[in-house]
Ligand binder design. Structure first.
Ligand SMILES: [Zn+2]
Length: 283
């Protein structure tokens, strides 16, 4: 599953290689790719043909292309990719939709091996497409407001890691970056949000922004020209993880062995010494 830094890398690639160009034609090669477009594949193809792409935008892990007032929203699912390349290259078996451009330059292909992802044409959606309007801003966008989030965290009465993964509060923070940010802020993942002080919340939100920014810098240049791959290696995962996936390895700060707990059918990694478990834990 791509996380925010990888999706932002793709967005930058789309901004560079697709924005400013006009779509010539659209071919939907598998109807599942546009299953949420209820008027059907031919209508989707007609809606996007001839449209000028003005920008590539993102909120959390969601990407969209602005076309005038409208938007093309991409849900990448588990295995979806947006690839830009030579329009004459062979069309592989997993290509679900193909966009060609009036300048006859590189085309855009939506490929998806498992077909969980899909594309939606959203009329009037260029600023923020309606299907993702309930998703809160992510820490890297200007609309993100730390004060508002701090107040909402206090009222929520939940465990802090669960809150970080709740996209109605804050978007774009997956399991990996939540654990890393909590470690940096020296906070246990099951800390009840209503017991957190203002400085603790500020420290945590600063850590979240820092972790995402570093990951973006590590992965932000990994796509080469004409080829954008949402599942591309970011390089961050191997080099810089302090606790995530590091069970029984020493904490880089104090040397105590990292602990893994079961959490929401997944895991939560923490340092027992730097992040002592609160007396009253919530998860
Ligand atoms: Zn430690």
């Amino acid at each position: 599953m791509p996380e925010l830094p990888e999706v932002e890398t793709v967005r930058r690639g789309l901004e560079q290689y697709v924005a400013g160009r006009t779509v010539s034609s659209v071919q939907v090669l598998h109807p599942r790719a546009v299953r949420r477009h209820l008027a059907g594949a031919p209508d989707f193809e007609a809606a996007m043909a001839g449209r000028a792409i003005t920008a590539a935008r993102r909120r959390g892990k969601y990407l969209w292309l602005s076309a005038g007032e409208d938007a093309l929203l991409a849900h990448l699912g588990m295995s979806g990719q947006l690839l830009v390349g030579d329009p004459d290259r062979p069309v592989g078996p997993h290509v679900r939709a193909r966009f060609t451009f009036c300048d006859a330059g590189p085309d855009l292909r939506f490929t998806d091996q498992r077909t969980f992802g899909h594309l939606i044409f959203v009329p009037g959606g260029h600023e923020l497409p309606a299907p993702i309007a309930h998703i809160a801003p992510d820490p890297l966008e200007p609309a993100f407001d730390r004060e508002v989030l701090a107040a909402r965290l206090h009222r929520r009465r939940t465990g802090i890691k669960r809150a970080l993964l709740d996209q109605s509060l804050i978007s774009g923070v997956g399991n990996i970056y939540a654990d890393e940010a909590l470690w940096r802020a020296r906070l246990h993942w099951a800390r009840p949000t209503e017991t957190m002080t203002r400085p603790e919340i500020a420290r945590l939100l600063a850590a979240v922004t820092e972790v995402l920014t570093e990951a973006l810098q590590a992965g932000g240049t990994s796509f080469d020209a004409q080829y954008i791959n949402v599942n591309g290696e970011s390089g961050y995962f191997d080099r810089s993880l302090a606790v995530y996936g590091q069970e029984d390895r020493p904490c880089p700060r104090c040397g105590t062995l990292v602990r893994r707990d079961r959490f929401m059918n997944r895991s939560a990694y923490s340092c027992p010494r730097c992040q002592p478990r609160p007396r009253r834990a919530r998860w």
